[in-house]
Design a protein around this ligand. Structure first.
Ligand code: OOG
Ligand code: MG
Length: 255
């Protein structure tokens, strides 16, 4: 079994590295949930062997809009690395991706290692900042179609993320209107409370999930709470702007 997962991880990593889509794993050899997460880890290990560094974790399918868009109704989580990070107002190279989409998110910055499921009143000790963010997802599967296990093995489609200016964690992240503008046109509108009812609850949820897996969320890492709206295809030349009320704007150009 182990060897097969290693092969699957390699083909997913290659697909990302060469920006070429592959068939869904579930079309030939369905994985269990645990095998899917193990495959995700093995594919990220390949990135770490190339000297990438884990910079944080992301949640997926924490909003109804996303669940319905993709037909997956369970919360998933994945890993972020430094190679996926693009600075605010930076440029994304379209030809390094297969069929990229962008979605607006809320990000949190960790100030102290987290090894346990945090309670709301403990967050202040562990979280320093909050920001608006964009995530670029790029499923490695043909037609951006997948089962729950497929998408988990594929590191939850993670491919790039952009964080806006950090604000003190005290800054309200609840009930913020969120807009996604592409080429000066508003394409998606939502609210931060579309993320599990409140992005803070999403943050608490990932501490629960990662405690169960005995994974430490380290000081300096970032958490992406999941998209507030559906994701939107992006194209060469696009100018993308995420608008997050008091958290400000996050911009990306596609070249
Ligand atoms: C999976 C990733 C979902 C989110 O924020 O809900 C996700 C996908 O939609 O391809 O990142
Ligand atoms: Mg996302």
């Amino acid at each position: 079994m182990k060897r097969d997962l290693t092969e699957i991880a390699q083909s997913l990593d290659n697909a990302a590295f060469t920006a070429s889509a592959i068939e869904q794993i579930s079309s030939s050899e369905p994985l269990t949930l645990n095998e899917a997460y193990e495959t995700q880890k093995l594919s990220i290990d390949r990135r770490l062997a190339r000297k990438e560094i884990i910079t944080g974790y992301k949640l997926g399918f924490t909003s109804k809009a996303k669940m319905e868009q993709m037909g997956v109704h369970e919360i998933i989580w994945g890993r972020l690395t430094n190679a996926m990070s693009i600075k605010n107002e930076g440029v994304l190279n379209r030809n390094q991706f297969i069929h990229p989409r962008v979605e607006p998110e809320i990000a949190f910055l960790i100030k102290k290692d987290i090894t346990k499921h945090l309670k709301k009143n403990e967050l202040d000790n562990y979280i320093s900042s909050v920001a608006g963010a964009l995530e670029v997802i790029d499923s490695r599967y043909k037609n951006f179609k997948f089962s729950l296990e497929d998408v988990i093995a594929d590191n939850c489609s993670s491919s790039a993320y952009i964080i806006g200016d950090w604000h003190d964690f005290e800054t309200p992240s609840q009930n913020l209107s969120i807009e996604l503008e592409i080429n000066n046109k508003i394409i998606q509108s939502g609210n931060s409370n579309d993320i599990l009812g409140n992005p803070i609850d999403a943050l608490i949820e990932i501490t629960r999930i990662l405690e169960e897996r005995e994974i430490t969320i380290k000081e300096g890492m970032v958490i992406l709470a999941g998209a507030a709206t559906s994701a939107v295809h992006i194209h060469e030349g696009d100018v993308i702007n995420g608008i997050f009320e008091s958290l400000g704007n996050v911009r990306l150009k596609v070249k």
